[in-house]
Design a protein around this ligand. Structure first.
Ligand SMILES: *Cc1c(COP(=O)(O)O)cnc(C)c1O
Length: 320
């Protein structure tokens, strides 16, 4: 199946248009209908929820005359790649605070082995590598405080891009044509995307978040952003933790891809779809439930994951 989206690609209009992604029917399993919202088709890099989360932040930064965007991420972060590309398109400068000081010791070596950082670097993002300890301080890193005070042209976006404007952007994932679905599924990292979906959901709908991380901080995190209660989290499909994979997950991603011609990523969407099928098989959803699963994008991360799988002599993710 081919989708042609009429996308705004020029610098002035990249974020100005509101559009809805196509819904793709996957099948009916155990009496449950599964449809995918193809947010991954928005843009190859500023894809899925990263487009939604950056939109109002970058529009505000531009409106208010900021010329530099500073943000935070890990070495394979979809948010870092998306921010570098969006800023490049909009003519904004970008600074990425990257977790892992050792990565900055030999930049050329890091760029040669890390496709995400290499991409960001090619898009003129200034990469600043910090220790894990400093990274935890985020905006509180002492050297950054000085930078913020001396350079008033900097607009800062938190790790993963989640703030109130990001959540506002994520409310635009759902449109009126999605009202007929009973359950809306999304992968969750910081929970900002799930919060936006909850805010946009109708009272008869339930939002089900699939945590890509181990631990149960997400429940509180999402509650900070919404007062609604028509949602819950699945916390058993993280496969050992953030960015951890096993051969069962890789097999699942590859077979899903060949059956439905939809590429999933190993960090977020692959784990969510694996979880959805497990829940359907176990009878978690009642008969005739209609599920809309949001494909949040993130496909840029596959290349980095494949390199690491190959090094370990493990099976890799097949690309469409
Ligand atoms: C960043 C990301 C998420 C997590 O989004 P949050 O709003 O942080 O929960 C989910 N899926 C993909 C593909 C992502 O890149």
């Amino acid at each position: 199946m081919n989708f042609i989206l009429n996308l705004p690609m020029t610098s002035t209009s990249f974020f100005s248009k509101n559009f809805s992604s196509p819904n793709q029917f996957i099948g009916k399993f155990n009496g449950v209908e599964l449809v995918v919202k193809r947010e991954d088709l928005i843009h190859p890099i500023v894809s899925g929820n990263k487009f939604r989360k950056l939109k109002y932040n970058l529009l505000k930064a531009q409106d208010e005359g900021f010329t530099k965007i500073l943000t935070f991420g890990g070495a394979y972060s979809n948010h870092i790649a998306a921010t570098s590309e969006a800023c490049h398109i909009l003519g904004l400068e970008s600074i990425g605070i990257i977790r892992g000081q050792e990565l900055g010791e030999d930049l050329q070596k890091t760029l040669a082995s890390n496709p995400t950082l290499n991409f960001a670097y090619q898009k003129n993002m200034e990469l600043v590598f910090v220790t894990r300890k400093d990274y935890r301080l985020k905006e509180g890193i002492p050297s950054l405080k000085d930078l913020f005070e001396s350079d008033l042209s900097i607009y800062s976006i938190p790790e993963g891009g989640s703030n109130a404007l990001a959540i506002k952007g994520c409310t635009e994932i759902l449109t009126a044509k999605d009202d007929s679905f009973d359950v809306i599924c999304s992968s969750a990292g910081t929970g900002g995307t799930v919060a936006g979906l909850i805010e946009a959901s109708k009272p008869h709908q339930h939002v089900l978040g699939f945590s890509a991380l181990k631990g149960d901080f997400l429940q509180n995190e999402i509650s900070r952003w919404t007062s609604k209660s028509n949602w819950s989290l699945q916390t058993d499909f993280h496969f050992g933790g953030y960015a951890k994979v096993n051969s069962e997950l890789i097999d699942f991603i590859n077979s899903f891809q060949s059956k439905y011609q939809i590429q999933l990523d190993p960090i977020y969407t692959g784990k969510m779809f694996y979880g959805i099928f497990e829940l359907i098989d176990s009878g978690f959803f009642s008969k005739n439930t209609r599920i809309l699963a949001v494909h949040t994008g993130g496909l840029q991360g596959i290349e980095g994951m494949n390199r690491s799988l190959k090094q370990k002599g493990l099976q890799t993710i097949t690309l469409l």
